[in-house]
Design a protein around this ligand. Structure first.
Ligand code: FES
Length: 80
């Protein structure tokens, strides 16, 4: 069984991603370098979500970790 994800913050993280670059979104909420994984999920049973940027764009990564569409914000923080 895995621990519950922690709310990193109740708003998304806007990030300018670079085409062709891979990112690992923190799903557990424990990372000190949000919204990305720093390895702090170890032992929580939660794994980061890999995201490959298909174009250079501004992405809103989920901060509350309750999104139904990880790693993207889906507005769930308004209910978190
Ligand atoms: Fe949260 Fe890795 S630190 S998923």
């Amino acid at each position: 069984m895995s621990d519950a994800p922690r709310i990193a913050r109740k708003s998304p993280y806007p990030v300018e991603v670079a085409k062709g670059k891979t990112y690992f979104w923190c799903a557990c909420g424990r990372s000190q370098r949000q919204p990305f994984c720093d390895g702090s999920h170890k032992g929580s049973g939660i794994e980061p979500v890999k995201y490959l940027a298909e174009s250079s764009d501004k992405i809103f990564f989920c901060g509350c970790k309750k999104t139904a569409n990880p790693p993207f914000c889906d507005g769930s923080h308004t209910k978190a």
